[in-house]
Design a protein. Structure first.
Length: 384
């Protein structure tokens, strides 16, 4: 197992990655909590309750269920969860264990941060996205209307426990969705992690989940390092938004029904790479002209040399097929872009790749440039 530490204004908390991580919960049982509750979804609980209870020592903890899917990230569902906790006697000295993917983590973290003005929580992520990204950093949120994560808090957990074994029960599409977030982390981190991910990608499957500890831990370290330097997203932490400005707009434009979050981020990485080339931030090797329209066919999507832009595109495509964007109008995307939570006064702060391992924050890129890049990607995508 690998251990990391996240420093917050309220102290530090551990992030444990590896098979057997759930056993770390046993030390919390004796910490004087008045009661301990588990928040989860029925499908994942039915599969893993036995292993989790046996290893964590929480066999007697009451379980509160929430429906699967993004619609559960709502104020109405937060109210229902809080009501269930109250009904079962939860008080301000209770502990809430969040056993699930990003929806459970975001919703449960929000409830924990507000229930009786705040109770402690533990994040136990069960998806790739949750383990490498959303469970670390203390961001909680629910959606309001068409706006994702509009209402939320910064509220660090007391512990994050990521056991890669649980990823083995994910469907292939859900599993792959999380790998787009890993791809984002490799672009942020640098060529060594990027090339490791390139080499291992073909072997990353749900059935090999117990062997994913190295990749998960490396991705977690990227997130931990950024959060430790900018807990509340004042400056540096914005780099974690790479691919997300377009990704969130794409999710909203399609009513959160077509794309899993990671898939939307995958498209976001592709279009922000095109935009970076168009604006001259992401350059081709010396002596070659940028070719922002060159997207690989499936047969061309293997490993190989090329510009950083080409390598990023190749990596995204190798993860797996993405749902179509052909019918998503540029007008819908452009209308939603200024609503990005990182926008200030309507000015979007874009995370632009300059090379693998280096990004910059660029405010105020004209929306016409973003629309052109989106149209270019839409025109080329059907040829994949």
């Amino acid at each position: 197992m690998q251990h990391f530490s996240v420093t917050t204004g309220k102290g530090a908390y551990p992030v444990v990655v590896g098979c057997g991580a759930w056993k770390e919960l046993r030390e919390l049982v004796s910490h004087g909590y008045s009661s301990i509750f588990v928040l989860t979804e029925k499908r994942i609980w039915n599969r893993w309750a036995g292993d989790f209870n046996r290893e964590s020592g929480l066999e007697l903890a009451p379980v509160v269920f929430v429906p699967s899917g993004e619609k559960s990230k709502s104020l109405a569902q937060a109210e229902r969860v809080a009501g269930n906790l109250l009904k079962h006697g939860a008080d301000r000295h209770s502990l809430l264990v969040l056993f699930g993917g990003g929806v459970v983590g975001d919703l449960g973290g929000f409830v924990a941060s507000t229930y009786m003005r705040g109770i402690e929580c533990v994040q136990v992520p069960t998806t790739v996205v949750g383990q490498v990204d959303s469970a670390v950093g203390g961001k909680t949120a629910v959606n309001v209307g068409a706006m994702k994560n509009l209402v939320g808090t910064f509220y660090p957990p007391v512990m994050v426990l990521a056991d890669p074994r649980v990823l083995g029960s994910l469907g292939l599409r859900t599993f792959r969705s999380g790998l787009y977030e890993v791809a984002k982390h490799t672009v942020l981190d640098g060529i060594e992690f990027f090339e490791t991910f390139e080499r291992e990608l073909d072997f990353l499957l749900p059935e090999t989940a117990p062997k994913l500890e190295g990749i998960v831990a490396r991705a977690v370290k990227v997130k931990v390092d950024v959060v430790n330097r900018d807990e509340r997203e004042q400056s540096l932490r914005q780099v974690l938004n790479l691919g997300h400005t377009f990704g969130h707009a794409l999710e909203e434009a399609t009513g959160y029904r077509r794309f899993m979050h990671g898939e939307a981020v995958g498209w976001g990485l592709l279009v922000i790479t095109l935009l970076a080339e168009r604006l001259g931030y992401l350059k081709s090797p010396a002596g070659r002209q940028p070719r922002p329209g060159r997207l690989p066919t499936k047969s061309q999507a293997g490993r190989g040399d090329g510009s950083d832009a080409e390598r990023i595109r190749r990596l995204v495509w190798r993860i797996g097929p993405l749902p179509t964007i052909r019918d998503v109008s540029p007008q819908a995307i452009v209308r939603l872009l200024p609503h990005d939570k990182k926008a200030i006064g309507g000015t979007i702060h874009w995370v632009i790749p300059e090379r693998i391992g280096k990004v910059r924050i660029v405010p105020g890129i004209p929306l016409t440039e973003a629309e052109t890049a989106w149209n270019e990607l839409r025109a080329l995508a059907p040829n994949w």
